[in-house]
Each structure stands twice: as structure tokens, then as C-alpha cells.
Design a protein around this ligand. Sequence first.
Ligand SMILES: Cc1ncc(COP(=O)(O)O)c(C=O)c1O
Length: 447
Amino acid sequence: MAAPTPLAVHADPDPSFAELIAGRPHLAMDARDGLMVEEVPLARIAAVVGTPAWVYSAGSLRRRARALNGALSGAGLDASVHFAMKANDNLAVLALLHREGLGVDVVSEGELRLARAAHIPASRIVFSGVGKTDRELRLALAEDILQINAESAEEIAMISALATSLGRVARVALRVNPDVDAKTHAKITTGRAENKFGVPIDAALALYARMAAAPGIEAVGIATHIGSQITAGMAAYRAAYARLAEMVHAIRAAGLPILRVDCGGGLGIPYRDELAPLPDALAGAIKTTLGGLGLPVMLEPGRWIAGPAGLLLASVIIEKKGARRFVIADAAMNDLARPAMYEAWHGIVPVSPIAYHAPLSPADVVGPVCETGDTFARGRDLPALPAGEMIAFLDAGAYGATMSSTYNARPLAPEVLVDGARFAVVRDRQSYAALAHGQRVPDWIGT
Ligand SMILES: Cc1ncc(COP(=O)(O)O)c(C=O)c1O
């Protein structure tokens, strides 16, 4: 059993259920039907797919994609958005976002294959990641995707050799590590010198020149990513993008080609009451630093697009009362890993209108997995939640289902997409048979 993970303690009171709902326009509490996603009561979804289940709002996904695109075009930027599908790789979500004009940012062969299965054209796919295998790069080259973001001299050599042997030309951007502190959680910061990502900025120009001269490679630009869940304002973005702008000038001064800049850095979302910057602020930071270069820019957000658009619906298995009050849900850390992994705070709202209005008292909300770290919240003010009551874990549309595992042999939860008054099950609950699929006991063990 692993050591318990302490959850962050907040001195100020948590937002109320009403405040949580008010901040999420796709949610409503109906006096008769309880918590709704758009026009669909969660109780109706649970009656069809059971719990735990992931529920996404199509309207929220669309609104967020449009808000980001609108902010970028409003700032006069020639920008394209590639959804970081590590945040949510459901085919229906990818297809919906593609219809909103988004491409995808992939980090593995599996993601590349899922993106193609969602009919995202190769020309809208960027491949990021610090360790792409030979096999993954072959597939990217065979598919002729828009861009590969190279992260090291070794990877550039690998891409050049592979592309040459396959008779292909790889469009490659060099990922630069700008060494800025985005003041986010240590586990999701990506742009500091000590992080594994990208090449050091002072070595980048020489490497870019080498890349531009390498056979089988078309050097198309530079890329960066400074971290995820950034809520500390725009200073880190501006610092990082200013460094990219300097590098563009240096690349041009050296007579080398450059076609675009991929300026990654994950806008944070308010899980609790964080003051997260809005897309307009990000667009402004890009405009002031990179806007004068006359180059198109690319962005690769995941969390900001999908996080608030989803929730994890769960039922209470049992409410255990003693020195502490434990609400034991049928969702666990294998479903929503963020609290155990990053001490993350998620809003927890009762689904029934009666529970919603009932008196509150502090409870620890936990899952049934055999780890003390399987704790979603400590001392959270909640109404009485007897067995069978449902609760919703908010803002679970990003890094929710994609980070799930089958730990404790718990099948992966189904995914549901709501659009207005209709909903569709966009991924079935994994079967118990699937847990044993592909496993075998060799004869020499015997039965
Ligand atoms: C290279 C890259 N692109 C995009 C993302 C997505 O970040 P976010 O979900 O915070 O927008 C990440 C996340 O860490 C990343 O490392």
C-alpha cells in the first residue's frame, strides 16, 4: 500500500454548490430533476449507463473552442489551435472539436491512431513528446502529418535518417526550453531548464541550423511549452514568447527558413476559485511578443478546452460514520487520478435536489481502492449522502478518463456526451471480460 498523499488544505471556505454551478454555464440544478448537464438530468444518464461515468457537455466544448479561436482572431493573429488530446482522447470529443476548426497535438502512436480514427486529417496533426520511438516516427512519416516537434539533437538525427530511408521529408519544429518558471505544480511544469523537455535555448540556434541542413527534414519552426494549469498571470508566457521572438530574429539573421511558431503553455482553469487568465490575455501576450514577426502561430491547449466541460458522476456506496465521516463513492483514484496525483481540488456537488438543499457537515470523500491516497476531498462540507445518492466531481473533462487505469481490476468507466436535450454513450463501460483479455496462464504453471 502506497503512502497517503496529503490533500492541499485551504484556509478560506470552499465555494458553495450554487457558486460552483453558477461558474459553469452547462450545469443547472433543477428543483425536480436535480443536477443537469445542459438539458439532461444526470439521474437519467445514470439510469442508462450506471456509475461511475464521465459526462461531457458538447455545448461547453464548442463554446470554449470558439472563445479561444475568437480571442486569437480578435487579436489579429493568424493562429491555429491543436487540441492536446492527452487531456481527452474520446473520438466524439475529438470529432466535435475538429468541427470547431481545431487540429490535434499527439504524443504517442496510440493518440495518432485515435486521431485518425476520429477522422482528423494528417494535415491537422502535430506530434510532440520527448521520446518518440522509431516506430512512432515511421507512422508519423507514413501518414505525412503536419509537423513533428523535435526535442533533442539525437531525435533530429533519428528523424533525418528515418525520413531519408523512407524517401520522405519530415516537417520539423525544434522544441526550445525557454527556462521560465510558470509557477505551476512541479509535476506539470515543462519549461524550466531542469525539466526533460526541449533543447536549451542557448543551444537552439546551432541545432536549428543543423536541422535545416539535415537530409529528409524541412525545418518549419520553433515550439515551446511552459507548463500546464498556469494561473499565475501572463508574465511567464511573455518571458517565454519574447525568447522565442528573439530566436526567430536570430534564425532569420542566419539566413535560415522559418514558417511558424508553436507557442504552447496550458492556460489554467478555476477548479476551486483560482483567478485563471482568460484567452484574451493569452492572445494579448502572443500578440505583443510574437505578433510583429509576420508568422502564423500554433497553440496546443488541452485542459482549458476540455476540463470544465466534463464531470465524473458517481454513486455513494456507503457513508461510514465514526471519528471522521467518510463518504465512500463508487468512483476511485483509478478513475479520477488528479487528487491522488497532484493533491488536486475538484468541486463535488450532490445530484439530488433534496441533498443539494440539505444541511452540511464535513466529510472525507474517498473511493473504495486499497490506498489511503484514494481520497478526493478531506473535510468537505456535504449533506447526508446515504448509499445510492449521487455526486458529481466537476471539471473532470481533461486528464480524467485519459488518466484512468484499471487498478484494483476496476473496469474503465463509460463516457457520455450531452448536447442540448440529447445524449449519447460515446464509450461503453469496459467489460469484465476485457480485464482478462490477452492474458494467459502458461501450461507449465498448471491449474
Ligand atoms: C507539449 C504539450 N502540449 C500541450 C500540453 C497540454 O497542456 P494543457 O492541457 O495544460 O493545455 C502539454 C501538457 O503538459 C504539453 O506538455
